[in-house]
Design a protein around this ligand. Structure first.
Ligand SMILES: NC(=O)c1ccc[n+]([C@@H]2O[C@H](COP(=O)([O-])OP(=O)(O)OC[C@H]3O[C@@H](n4cnc5c(N)ncnc54)[C@H](O)[C@@H]3O)[C@@H](O)[C@H]2O)c1
Length: 347
């Protein structure tokens, strides 16, 4: 019996183990710690390899690869976006990802990333909100009550002190599901029957709707001064959530401009439309919110560095635990030139 070398065995975090890890750490602690990790990587933004993700579009959705590296570790995520999946009983977004050692090229972590994407997207919105919303923001309007919505809400509670959520979805069953899931988690829940009702009195608005076209979830006249908007559902060419006028009125903050230009609300705007890169606000090299009346907009599309930070966080957290299995993933013969011999001997 041939046993693989330790480098050939790659720690694998299954969906089951990711869920166990979240409960072991505690959901709010997990989201808070993850936001800190993501923020740490935003602070060293310039050192990362950066490129817009590589998409493969079809009429019904998109499949994407999201790579980056900090020179020591390389990471990528496979992720899809299929808004029609939900009606077929499937997830809109699924994912898995990998970290590898830049020195050897050998993978060092393989993980589910459907749950982890929801967690990292929520932690990223919370991080942006912490830097951009008015201090003492307490009321969230959560528009789009699908898979991401509870994660978004709890991250904003944990990181920013949001204590009330006003829910709206075109499908009341989604709002019922979201309200039932959030019940007992220490947040006041208000179910609303229109987007206008949902944003009444809101300090922060998060839109996480899924459609394969330009939507106008928010129009200019709906949004009062001073709010912070996380628009995370517009994340593909031809898929936006906000009316152009509200985008024009807000101060826009983005992750990686070259990707946001193709995928975000920014795609609606002329090439000279002003925006600020979020990492610069976090680093103190650019201004965030200037006054209490300003509307701030985080045009979040999801960038590879956020996934990289999430994978690194998981890599640290599983050390010394049982929340992973070792996968015999890399062929690693004792004599590195004898790959063929290794196959022969396995007969
Ligand atoms: N920016 C990021 O990093 C990031 C990460 C993950 C997901 N996303 C995007 O976020 C969106 C939501 O993802 P999900 O996994 O929650 O999807 P989902 O399909 O589970 O939920 C989307 C919800 O939006 C609702 N909806 C659709 N049109 C609406 C409208 N006009 N008004 C109100 N509600 C509406 C649907 O009924 C559904 O409940 C998707 O577009 C997804 O691609 C972005």
């Amino acid at each position: 019996m041939i046993t693989p070398s330790h480098l050939a065995l790659v720690p694998f975090v299954s969906v089951e183990n990711m869920m166990r890890l979240v409960h072991h750490v505690g959901l709010e602690t997990f989201l808070k710690e993850l936001a800190v990790e993501i923020e740490a990587d935003f602070k060293r933004w310039p050192i990362f390899d950066k490129a817009p993700r590589v998409p493969s579009h079809s009429d019904v959705g998109v499949i994407e690869l999201m790579p980056t590296s900090d020179g020591e570790l390389y990471g990528f995520k496979y992720v899809n976006g299929h808004p029609k999946n939900m009606k077929e009983g499937l997830q809109t977004v699924t994912g898995f990802g990998l970290l590898a050692d830049v020195n050897t090229g050998y993978p060092v972590l393989f993980s589910e990333m459907t749950v982890l994407t929801a967690l990292r997207t929520a932690a990223t919105s919370a991080m942006a909100t912490k830097h951009l919303a008015r201090p003492n923001s307490r009321v969230l309007a959560m528009i789009g009550n699908g898979a991401q919505s509870e994660f978004q809400t709890i991250a904003l509670k944990a990181v920013c002190g949001i204590d009330t959520v006003r829910l709206y979805d075109i499908d009341p069953a989604a709002t019922e599901k979201c309200a039932a899931n959030l019940a007992g988690l220490g947040i006041t829940i208000v179910k609303c029957s229109s987007p206008e009702e949902a944003i009444e009195g809101a300090d922060v608005i998060t839109t996480a709707t899924a459609d394969k076209e330009m939507q106008t979830i928010l129009t200019d006249n709906m949004v009062g001064n001073g709010v912070h908007i996380n628009a995370i559902g517009g994340d593909c060419p031809g898929k936006t959530e906000l009316h152009r006028d509200i985008v024009a009125r807000a101060s826009m903050f983005v992750e990686f401009p070259a990707q946001t230009r193709i995928e975000g609300e920014l795609q609606q705007m002329p090439l000279d439309h002003p925006f600020t890169e979020l990492w610069e606000v976090i680093n103190g090299t650019a201004a965030g919110r200037k006054d209490a009346a300003e509307i701030t907009l985080f045009d979040g599309v999801g960038f590879a560095i956020e996934d990289f930070a999430a994978l690194r966080y998981v890599q640290e957290k599983i050390k010394g635990t049982t929340f992973f299995k070792e996968l015999d993933m890399i062929a690693d013969p004792d004599d590195p030139r004898d790959l063929f011999g290794m196959v022969l001997r396995a007969k």
